[in-house]
Design a protein around this ligand. Structure first.
Ligand SMILES: O=P(O)(O)OC[C@H]1O[C@H](O[C@H]2O[C@H](CO)[C@@H](O)[C@H](O)[C@H]2O)[C@H](O)[C@@H](O)[C@@H]1O
Length: 259
């Protein structure tokens, strides 16, 4: 009994050291044909809530999606989050948002892009206010067309904006946005401060976050195949959900690198 209590206390101490950062698309949920078609496993919000409690609240979703979208899928104001690749974030209920009004040139460009792709069936424009994603998953043949359209748009917009490529998507966003930077800023604030970061993601946009946590001596985990600087790998979102459920229930962190 004493041994069990001691083990529990040690596990508890160990949990207290980690700050967990989780990407959304392709990481917590499977990739779907269209942005709005993603399906959240009904057990996921509860698993994340238990895990956040184990980690003293140091759990945040770090996504390219708007926070408003993630709240609808995971529960209103339930989790700390960074949305739009870090352009907006919410920590301990306090929201720091990005206003589309601060991006008039981007807003004009979104209108132009919408008009341009209207003639191209299968290309989807996802207008996220302070950024815009152009998807070609439904029309793979249009990949090069989207690349060249985005490059022309960027020439017109200038260096305040950059492109972020992802899975069958090119996104135009303010140059300052980046997952590494926002993870670093979470780590300067309670309850993340002083903890060792773990970042789990699946895509090009997550590489920047992996680099940051590697540099900070943390743990980086890539979901699925592909070149990466992440130091560990899991096969699929379903493998990750299982690992997180186990961690939430048993208290043992499933990632080898941090043992
Ligand atoms: O940072 P994330 O949470 O991984 O978000 C990255 C982008 O994910 C979404 O697009 C991707 O998922 C879609 C749904 O599965 C899929 O149809 C698309 O091909 C993928 O690129 C989302 O729509 C973007 O806004 C996010 O930036």
């Amino acid at each position: 009994m004493a041994e069990a209590l001691l083990k529990h206390a040690m596990d508890h101490d160990t949990q207290e050291q980690w700050a967990l950062f989780l990407d959304f698309d392709g990481t917590l949920v499977d990739i779907a044909e269209r942005p709005e078609a993603v399906v959240v496993d009904p057990a996921l919000p509860e698993i994340l809530t238990s895990l956040a409690a184990r980690l003293g609240g140091a759990l945040a979703i770090i996504s390219g999606r708007p926070i408003s979208f993630l709240d609808k899928r995971l529960g209103e104001r339930r989790f700390d989050m960074a949305g739009l690749h870090g352009l907006e974030h919410r920590i301990d209920g306090e929201l720091f948002s990005c206003s589309p009004d601060d991006h008039p040139r981007l807003r004009e460009m979104v209108e132009r892009l919408e008009a341009i792709v209207r003639t191209k069936p299968g290309i989807l424009i996802e207008d996220k206010g302070c950024s815009v994603a152009i998807h070609w998953r439904l029309a793979p043949i249009e990949r090069d067309y989207v690349h060249s359209t985005v490059h022309s748009a960027l020439e017109a917009l200038g260096s305040d904006y950059r492109v972020q490529f992802g899975k069958a998507v090119a996104e135009i966003l303010p140059s300052a946005a980046g997952k590494g930077k926002v993870i670093e800023s979470f780590l300067q604030q309670y309850p993340y401060r002083g903890r060792r970061p773990i970042f789990i993601g699946d895509d090009l946009t997550d590489e920047n976050g992996f680099k940051m946590v590697n540099a900070l001596g943390g743990c980086s985990v890539r979901i699925g195949a592909g070149d990466t600087v992440a130091r560990e790998r899991l096969g699929s979102p379903s493998d990750l959900r299982q690992a997180l459920a186990h961690w939430a229930a048993q208290g043992a962190c499933p990632f080898q690198e941090i043992h």
